[in-house]
Structure formats: structure tokens, C-alpha cells
Write a new protein. Structure first.
Length: 319
């Protein structure tokens, strides 16, 4: 009885019952998010660098990344891997590897890309998802990028061939450019701006190369602008003058500008128009400084927060 109890204690202390586990193979996991596109005269490829093995364990030590590019005819993984060109090491930022290499030797053809990771001991993981890139002559980079402030916003124009363009925008304080619009002609107006803040823009041509794939030009030279508000509001409309017991009551249609500050009322008693009052954004005014049997003419302008003044409205008269 005592011997049996002693054996049970030894086995419990061991922490594992059963056959010994096989040693870990330490093979890097398959990369599944390889993506690639032609940009100008280069092919750009990127993916997430694997951190685990095929057994979901951390990869011991360092790894080497093996990206290859080869012809797309009659794809067979083994034959492709033997004939494909190995691309020089990538730039790695955090968990993302990014390759950029010349596309010239594949112009007019399609190239297949695949990648795998290999440990320092030579254990290679399986090939990734493969990506086919149709390669064309490098799309021309847009030229003469110009930005100008307008009443509608910043108007961006450029010179380029093609039927589709991407506009990238970086507002003041933003860390990087972001896609702002995709357009089909070489101009775009950025209505989402604040006067007095700096904005930078880049433009890229996009060519369709079949099968839902595209090729991109290099990004244009950057254009930067700090737009200033020099644009007057719309002229007020619908001015009416109504005679009251001891006043003349004015009303008109409201302006719709987001930066409207108010209105300016002008009056004439038979001579030149003179400023009568500055009023709030409420489209009404009561003129109590009047004389009996006198005839008056009125006009109204709109004022924005930058101090820009519109043209005078049509005249309204009262006696």
C-alpha cells in the first residue's frame, strides 16, 4: 500500500501524463495578405511579417523573407518557385514588409508574386497567397499641380492624360496624406476647408489594366496653400419696406453662408445712400429715425466673418 502511494505522488509531481510531445518543427506560418500593384515604373508589394509558426508558437530567432516574381503563364507553384526571380530584401516598418522593385522587364506581360518566411536554421514556411500584376508602360505622373482659393473652396487642377485620378490631401496638423477624392477629370474642388489653415495636395493617375486591376502613376509634386477668405457673401434678396406708426420696418430673405456675420443697412432720403446700421444675422431692421411725410429708399448688404461685404440689394422705398 505504501509503495503504490509513493508512485502516485511521483507521477503527480511530474505535471504530464501520456506520450512525450514531439519536438516543435518551428516552421514559419503562411503569409496570407500579400498585395501588390504597379506604381510608375515600379512594382510595390507588401504584407504582414509572420510572428508565429505553423503550430501557433512564436518563431524562434530571426527570419528571412523570400519574395519572388515570375511569369504568369501556366502557373504551377513548384515550377514558378524554381524559375521566379528572388527580389532583394524589403523595408520593414513594424509588422509590415514593403518591397519596391523595377517593373521594366515585365512590361506588356503579367507577373506572379509570392512570398514565404524562412528561419535562421533554413526552415521555410509555405508560399503565400499569390498575386498577379499586369504590367504596362509606366503611367505618366500628373504635372503642373496648382491650388487656388475660390468661394467654393480650394480648387485643385493639374495636367495629365487618363480618365481617372486620385487626389490626396493633408490638412494642417495631420500626420500624413489621405485619399480625398477619385475623379474622372483633371480638377477637383475641396469644399471642406477652413480659411487661414494650410492644406497640401498630391495627385496620381490611375490606369485600368483589366480584370479589375489598376496601375498607378507616381505621385505628383506637392502643392500647398493657405486659403484666405476674400470672397463676398451673396447679395441679399427680397428686401421689403413697410410703414409703421412711428417706424419703417425692413425685412429680407436670409443669406445661407456658413460664415455670415450680419447685414448692413443703407438709407437715402433723396440723396446718396449712407450707412444706417449694422445688424445681426436676423434679416430685419426697424428704422425709427424717420420724419413725417419724408420718402426713404433702403438697400441691404451681407457681411461675413472676414469682413467681406456683398453688393447692395435691390432698393426698397417707403414714405
Amino acid at each position: 500500500m505504501g509503495a503504490a502511494a509513493g508512485i502516485a505522488v511521483v507521477m503527480a509531481g511530474c505535471g504530464y501524463v501520456g506520450e512525450p510531445l514531439p519536438p516543435s518543427l518551428n516552421i514559419p506560418a503562411r503569409i496570407t495578405d500579400l498585395a501588390a500593384i504597379q506604381r510608375g515604373g515600379s512594382i510595390i508589394a507588401q504584407f504582414t511579417v509572420p510572428e508565429q509558426t505553423t503550430e501557433n508558437r512564436p518563431i524562434p530567432g530571426s527570419i528571412t523573407l523570400d519574395l519572388r516574381a515570375g511569369p504568369a503563364d501556366h502557373f504551377d507553384e513548384f515550377a514558378w518557385s524554381m524559375d521566379a526571380k528572388r527580389i532583394p530584401p524589403p523595408k520593414v516598418t513594424g509588422a509590415i514588409a514593403r518591397y519596391e522593385f523595377p517593373a521594366m522587364e515585365w512590361v506588356g506581360k503579367s507577373v506572379i508574386l509570392g512570398v514565404r518566411a524562412e528561419t535562421a536554421k533554413g526552415k521555410a514556411g509555405p508560399w503565400s497567397n499569390v498575386v498577379t500584376v499586369p504590367v504596362i508602360a509606366a503611367p505618366a505622373m500628373p504635372a503642373d499641380l496648382n491650388t487656388v482659393a475660390t468661394a467654393e473652396g480650394v480648387k485643385v487642377t493639374w495636367r495629365a492624360q487618363g480618365t481617372q485620378f486620385r487626389v490626396f490631401r493633408k490638412p494642417e496638423g495631420a500626420p500624413d496624406f489621405a485619399l480625398a477624392a477619385t475623379v474622372d477629370k483633371p480638377e477637383w474642388t475641396d469644399a471642406d476647408i477652413e480659411y487661414g489653415k494650410q492644406y497640401a495636395y498630391l495627385v496620381q493617375s490611375v490606369a485600368t489594366v483589366g480584370e479589375g486591376k489598376t496601375a498607378e502613376s507616381e505621385l505628383s509634386v506637392e502643392s500647398t496653400i493657405t486659403p484666405k477668405d476674400t470672397f463676398a457673401p451673396a447679395t441679399p434678396a427680397g428686401l421689403h419696406a413697410t410703414v409703421g406708426p412711428a417706424s419703417i420696418e425692413l425685412s429680407w430673405d436670409p443669406n445661407t453662408e456658413a460664415d455670415l456675420a450680419g447685414y448692413r443697412v443703407y438709407r437715402s432720403a433723396g440723396g446718396a445712400f449712407e450707412k444706417l446700421a449694422d445688424v445681426s444675422a436676423v434679416p430685419a431692421y426697424s428704422d425709427k429715425a424717420i420724419q413725417k411725410d419724408a420718402a426713404y429708399s433702403y438697400a441691404v448688404t451681407a457681411i461675413d466673418r472676414a469682413g467681406n461685404e456683398s453688393q447692395r440689394s435691390a432698393v426698397a422705398e417707403a414714405k
